[in-house]
Design a protein around this ligand. Sequence first.
Ligand SMILES: [Zn+2]
Ligand SMILES: [Zn+2]
Ligand SMILES: [Zn+2]
Length: 284
Amino acid sequence: MKITFLGTAAATACPLVFCRCAACRTAWKRGGKDFRRRSSVLIGDDLLIDLGPDVMSAAFAFGADISRVRYLLQTHSHSDHFDAGHFITRIADYAASDTLPFELCASPETLRHMSERLAREEDGASLMTPEWQERLNLTVHPMRHGDVIEAGGRRITAVGSNHDPNDGSLLWAIEEDGAAFLYATDTMKFTDEAIDLFRSRGFRFDAVAIDHTYGPGTPGGGHLCADEVIAEMERLRTAGVLAPSCRILATHISHEGMPLHDELSEFASAHGYGIAWDGLTVEV
Ligand SMILES: [Zn+2]
Ligand SMILES: [Zn+2]
Ligand SMILES: [Zn+2]
C-alpha cells in the first residue's frame, strides 16, 4: 500500500496565515518541510482521505492527479477537511466532463453537514437525493463505527472518533494485500470501543498516522498533544494492535506549542515516532 501525505497541518496551516512570531518567520525562511497544508492523504492513486482545501495545491506540488480518485473517505466535515467548493465542481455546470464515478464514505452526520455546505455553493445541492447523486456522479455510503466496505481491492473499516460527536467524526482503517494502515485524525484519546474493535478484529497496523495537533506540554481540546500521542502509542502497543515494525507518523500539526520540523522530529524520534511532512510517501 502506498500512502502519500498531501497535507500535514491542522486548520491553521503552517506558517499561520497572519502570524509574525519567531517560529513562523523561521518557517518562511526554511520552507520545505516547514510549509504544511491542511491534512489529507492519498492511498495508491485512487483513494483519498479528506477532500481538504489544500488538496489541489498538494496535487500540483506532488503530481497527484486527483481526477483519478474513485473513493473518498471523509473523517468529518470541518472546513480544514472538506472543501465544498472543490467538491461541487464535479457537476457539469462547471464544465467538468468524463468524471470518474465516485464512492463517498462518511458518517450520516458528516454527510448531512457536507450536504448543507454544498447547498451553499449550489442552490439545492444535496448528497441525499438520487438526482443530485447522479449529477455529482457518485454513490454515497453512510457508515458508522465498525462498518466495513470493500473498495478497489481494499477493506475499509470505519472507527468512531471522539473529536466531534455532532459531526459523527470517523477514523479509517485500511487493509490492502496484507498491510494495514490506520488514519487517526482528528481525534482525542482513542475510545475504549476503538481499541476493542482493533483487538477483536485482529488488526496489526503497519502504519498509523495520528493526530498531533498540539506540541509537547501543550494539551488542548478535541485533539492530541505530543505527550498524549506518546501515551496513546503505548496503549495501542499494549493492546497488541501494532506490528513490531509499525511506523507511527504524526500529522494534523498546528501552530500551538509546536517546534519546527527538525526540532519536532528530534523530540519524536527520542519517543519512538516520526513526524510526517507534505509529500511524504510511505510504502507498507
Ligand atoms: Zn482538523
Ligand atoms: Zn507564528
Ligand atoms: Zn476537526
